[in-house]
Design a protein around this ligand. Structure first.
Ligand code: FEO
Length: 172
């Protein structure tokens, strides 16, 4: 059974994951509006992944005897000056999420809540990937600069991203 303090912190994380989904959905819409379907597809897959992250927390809170309470989701930015700016924002956001996961890990340790500590390890590893993916694309965007040809090449490539299977359950 999780503490009230942990329940509140995990509910806050659900909100942050759903906000992440909202940010990426807004980025997808911006890319669609700018005729960059590959970038948009990548962001749509990322949106689904974030919803899955939120629902994995949701499942855990319930299982651990807590109560899921959903809060309002902040409005995300609607547009970015360039794909580079969008991926800069994405990497910055993922670093915020990583910090938030680390705070949860610290709280679980403080409370000797071993079950939640174990549960959170999946997210610790996932955040390494999240940051690495955003950074890899960002570095390539820096390499090609504003050149239309390079952007279109990356757009084609990113369009091949499939939605990841939901974390947790049988796929783990
Ligand atoms: Fe769920 Fe991108 O962190």
């Amino acid at each position: 059974m999780i503490s009230k303090k942990m329940e509140k912190a995990l509910n806050k994380q659900i909100n942050l994951e759903l906000y992440s989904a909202y940010i990426y959905a807004a980025m997808a819409a911006d890319f669609d509006a700018k005729n960059l379907p590959g970038f948009a597809q990548w962001m749509k897959a990322q949106t689904q992944e974030e919803v899955a992250h939120a629902m994995k927390f949701y499942g855990y809170v319930n299982e651990a005897g807590g109560r899921v309470v959903l809060d309002a989701i902040e409005k995300p930015p609607a547009s970015y000056a360039s794909p580079l700016k969008a991926f800069e924002a994405s990497l910055k956001h993922e670093r915020v999420v990583t910090k938030s996961i680390y705070h949860l890990v610290d709280l679980a340790k403080e409370e000797s809540d071993h079950a939640t500590s174990v549960f959170l390890q999946w997210y610790v590893a996932e955040q390494v990937e999240e940051e690495a993916h955003a950074d890899a694309i960002l570095q390539r965007l820096k390499m090609v600069g504003e050149a239309g040809h390079g952007i279109l090449m990356i757009d084609r490539e990113l369009g091949q991203r499939q939605s990841a299977p939901a974390p947790g359950g049988e796929e783990d």
